[in-house]
Design a protein around this ligand. Structure first.
Ligand code: GEK
Ligand code: PPY
Length: 256
């Protein structure tokens, strides 16, 4: 089977539109990656994260640039495998061990079948159900955390990044995409407003935006770019740069 060049193909043809927050609810529950979210996830993330498909495409390019023969390439918090498949496409003829990890059993089950049906047998690719907090990383050249670290309790973030830095081989990189907070309150509010305008332009109603915001409260905890930069340096990375930003959504590259 020929793998698709466009990593979004498998996801773009999922017809299910995200209407999870469309009806008024007395109690908005904390956001969870359950069956309901899995069934609408490609549509939800595409319409909620400005620049998501650009970031996915660029992960292929960054993988092409930084992946090293006979090392591991990790996609941590892989959801339905969009970044995993982007990494696979970026490898070309390089032989690497691709590992996608997620702790949502529903995500993992769907991701395994999507990846399997799109990947030739000879490619070494595995999707594992695990908490990234407890994984023992093998020598790696490219590690991706595409909008995952923001869901890990703040006190666990440094230890995870230290373990990633230790596992990276010389010349290896971490690609870290996150929703950002900003120190200047005016700018912080402006970015939230522009993000909500983006969601409105994607067809979400004010009610959907408000209820989703409430469900993400204390579940998705954004930090500022200077905080990420300082923590990554403390964890053992020698350099940290921003390579993409649209409003309060950004992607960084951290060099071992
Ligand atoms: N401790 C954890 N261990 C493992 N997985 C976790 C953990 N916490 C959260 N997750 C998983 O991290 C993923 C975050 S979504 C990533 C999108 C994807 N990267 C993409 O490029 O499409 C981002 C979003 O929905 O905003 C979910 O699948 C969680 O189950
Ligand atoms: O929808 C939002 O407001 C977000 O911050 C992005 C998002 C996308 C998918 C799941 C959770 C959060």
């Amino acid at each position: 089977m020929t793998p698709s060049n466009n990593t979004q193909d498998k996801h773009a043809d999922t017809p299910t539109t995200d209407t999870l927050y469309a009806s008024p609810s007395d109690i908005v529950e904390g956001f969870r990656f359950d069956d309901k979210v899995v069934s609408v996830f490609p549509d939800m993330i595409q319409r909620s994260v400005p620049g998501y498909s650009t970031i996915i495409h660029m992960i292929s390019q960054l993988t092409a640039r930084y992946a090293q023969h006979d090392t591991h390439c990790y996609d941590l918090g892989c959801s339905l495998g969009a970044a995993t498949l982007a990494m696979r496409n970026g490898l070309g003829a390089k032989k690497c061990h691709i590992v996608g990890i997620d702790n949502s059993p529903q995500m993992v089950a769907r991701c395994q079948s999507l990846v399997k049906e799109d990947t030739p047998e000879h490619i070494d690719i595995r999707i594992i159900e695990a908490d990234i907090d407890g994984v023992d990383f093998k020598p790696a050249s490219v590690v991706v955390l595409n909008f995952t670290l923001q869901f890990l309790p703040i006190e666990k973030r440094t230890a995870l990044l230290q373990r990633i830095a230790q596992a990276l081989v010389p010349g290896g990189v971490l690609i870290l995409s996150e929703k950002l907070a900003f120190d200047d309150p005016r700018h912080h509010e402006l970015m939230i407003e522009l993000h909500h305008n983006f969601k409105r332009s994607q067809g979400y109603s004010d009610l959907e935006i408000a209820q989703k915001r409430q469900s993400l409260e204390n579940v998705l905890i954004p930090e500022s770019f200077p905080s990420h930069q300082a923590r990554l340096k403390e964890a053992g990375f020698s350099g940290v740069e921003l390579w993409f930003q649209c409003f309060n959504f950004a992607s960084m590259i951290a060099f071992k």
